[in-house]
Design a protein around this ligand. Structure first.
Ligand code: GTP
Length: 598
């Protein structure tokens, strides 16, 4: 296909504004997917995405559109996630595109991630095509929302298409606008190959598959390619595209978005953001890569069965191919044994990684409670980054501690401003600014400790505004705080994996809440277990888990051996995510107790 007839674009939107639904309609209307194969959110290919109804991974698909001008156009559509934790995926997709379709819910208007995603698109110099969705809803106000887009984003909306992605109304106009208003890829197929690696995955049979956007040149089977950052060289075994089924092609040309397979077994050779070129005719320079994402939260991941440590290591390395923002390094815990300290972009990201490790790699894991990175200033003048509460030096060696603060921007209808201010105050937020967005909404700006945001801020914000508030945050600076380490003792023993760092003013309350929660979560055992919270050796809260009286086998009246076996089997299953720590058996939930307090 002629390069001028190619359009590479992403669909961007705030969460739930209808990206995936629009992508479904586009695939349907271009006959990319046969009717009988069509299912909702077809690009959300992971089970996890379909179950949760959210997009986690970006997804690229090639389709052909017969335009009203009589010509055929080749579209590469890249679906992207909307949740703030997956912004990294969005920024990578955008670097592979020339334009973006911005979907805004005509009933909800511009939201925090609408803005965040538009800024990402502008950073990547993309042409933006605004589209108003859900106009079938009685509460839709397309004209008001158009004005809002013009005022807040500065995009001309006079030609913005009003659609219902659900019913398909006017989606054909979106396709026409993509042809008319979005640019064709600019590269040159006669130049040396420059292919941007925007994603990758590990296939047990074919090795690493690199997903690429061809910015210059061409690539085909048999070519010798070089990864410019790592210097690794391979011979291409296959190239192709996704439609969304995998299709093998003769050659990928400038402007194509597809995949390259080269029997790559060494995972470290492939890095998302790297440029692939040809070994015998290399490009002078790599393409501009992506900026490294700094994880926001850290937690320990440990196999329930210590013997599976190597499997976990292998799984993390493979998963990192498909999720470049994941970071990990080995750590040990007295309580949990050998595991990894992992860095995540947020709690949803952490949850998704843990679940993918369990599902895709058949692992059984214990995750410890998430922590941010603290800067610890020691009395001897040295400074140290601490991402694990258990690793905090003894109090007498600490001069002071700094914690990360974020700038949080919350868009909220006027009637909920009071509720949000209340919530921010409770979370140690400091008021910065407030702007009027339009007749009904305000934008509140607070500086808040990241540690308070990552826990339950999002849920609390949603529930105190009936779901009408949206927010975005970015790191602002480190600030000195009055923080202390709180240890948890079970049966008189400190359990390192349960230690947390808390603000001194909250310590007593959190200590109390934590011991009560643990009492609820840790099953009764054969003996009584004292649960204590302590700061610097001083106990500040205490409760007891009473001893178990009944034995499960007591119900079996002695005789029936198969029933006995069944019961024991059942009990074993229930124990799956339990870890024996000293003489006490601790379930996964207990390590996360800190998340469900207050
Ligand atoms: P994420 O992938 O989680 O970021 O969300 P998304 O932006 O892809 O939204 P999705 O397509 O999953 O749509 C969210 C919800 O809005 C779904 O329940 C859709 O059925 C619904 N929806 C999408 N488009 C329309 C529309 O035109 N009208 C109405 N009434 N509902 C719509």
């Amino acid at each position: 296909m002629d390069q001028k007839n190619i359009r590479n674009f992403s669909i961007i939107a705030h969460i739930d504004h209808g990206k995936s639904t629009l992508a479904d309609r586009i695939l349907e209307m271009t006959d990319t997917v046969e009717k009988r194969e069509m299912k909702d959110q077809i690009l959300d290919s992971m089970d996890l995405e379909r179950e949760r109804g959210i997009t986690i991974k970006l997804n690229a698909v090639q389709l052909v559109y017969h335009a009203k001008d009589g010509q055929d156009y080749l579209f590469h559509l890249i679906d992207t996630p909307g949740h703030v934790d997956f912004t990294y995926e969005v920024s990578r997709s955008l670097a592979a595109c020339d334009g973006a379709v911005l979907v805004v819910d005509a009933a909800q208007g511009v939201q925090a991630q609408t803005l965040a995603n538009v800024y990402l698109a502008l950073d990547n110099d993309l042409e933006i095509l605004p589209v108003l969705n859900k106009i079938d809803l009685p509460s839709a106000q397309p004209d008001v929302v158009k004005q809002e887009i013009e005022d807040l984003i500065g995009l001309d909306c006079s030609d913005a298409v009003e659609i219902s992605a659900k019913s398909g109304l006017n989606v054909d106009q979106v396709l026409e606008e993509i042809v008319k208003r979005l640019p064709a890829p600019k590269g040159n197929r006669n130049k040396p190959l420059q292919a941007l690696v925007f994603d990758s995955l590990y296939d047990p049979y074919r090795g690493v598959i690199a997903f690429v956007s061809i910015k210059n040149g061409t690539v085909k089977k048999g070519d010798r390619i070089r990864f410019m950052a790592t210097g690794a060289e391979y011979e291409v075994t296959e190239v192709g595209v996704r439609t969304p089924k995998e299709v093998v092609e003769e050659q990928l040309n400038t402007g194509d978005v597809g995949w390259i397979s080269a029997a790559i077994k060494n995972i470290e050779d492939v890095r998302v953001g790297d440029t692939i070129t040809k070994a015998d005719e290399p490009a002078d320079q790599p393409l501009e890569g992506y900026k490294e994402m700094q994880p926001m939260v850290y937690a320990g991941l440990y196999p329930v069965d210590n013997a599976r440590y190597e499997d976990l290591k292998d799984a993390l390395a493979k998963l990192k191919l498909n999720d470049a923002s994941l970071q990990f390094e080995p750590e040990t815990s007295q309580a949990l044994g050998f595991g990894f300290r992992c860095g995540f972009l947020g709690l949803l990201h952490m949850d998704v990684i843990e679940e993918r490790l369990e599902r895709e790699y058949n692992l059984n894991l214990i995750a410890t409670s998430p922590s941010v990175i603290y800067k610890v200033y020691r009395t001897d003048g040295t400074v140290e980054d601490v991402d694990n509460p258990a690793a905090l030096p003894p109090a007498q060696n600490i001069d002071h501690i700094e914690e990360p603060y974020v700038r949080a921007e919350i868009m909220v209808p006027k009637e909920y401003v009071g509720a949000i201010m209340d919530l921010c105050q409770k979370k140690r937020g400091e008021y910065i600014d407030m702007q009027v967005l339009d007749d009904v909404r305000m934008n509140l700006v607070y500086e808040m400790p990241l540690s308070e945001i990552i826990f339950d801020f999002f849920d609390k914000m949603k529930s105190s505004t009936k779901g009408y508030a949206s927010f975005d945050y970015s790191f602002s600076r480190y600030k000195r705080s009055n923080l202390v380490k709180m240890d948890i003792l079970l049966n008189g023993q400190v359990i390192d994996a349960l230690s947390i760092i808390v603000h001194k003013d909250f310590a007593y309350n959190r200590g109390n809440a934590m011991t009560i929660k643990l009492k609820e979560l840790i099953p009764k055992q054969q003996f009584e277990i004292p649960v204590q919270a302590a700061i610097g050796g001083k106990v500040i809260a205490r409760t007891n888990i009473k001893a178990l009286r009944k034995n499960v086998l007591a119900k079996c009246y002695g005789g029936d051996i198969s029933r006995k076996k069944k019961l024991l089997e059942k009990q074993k299953e229930g124990k799956k995510r339990m870890k024996m720590v000293g003489s006490v058996e601790i379930p996964q939930e207990a390590f996360m107790a800190v998340l469900s307090m207050d």
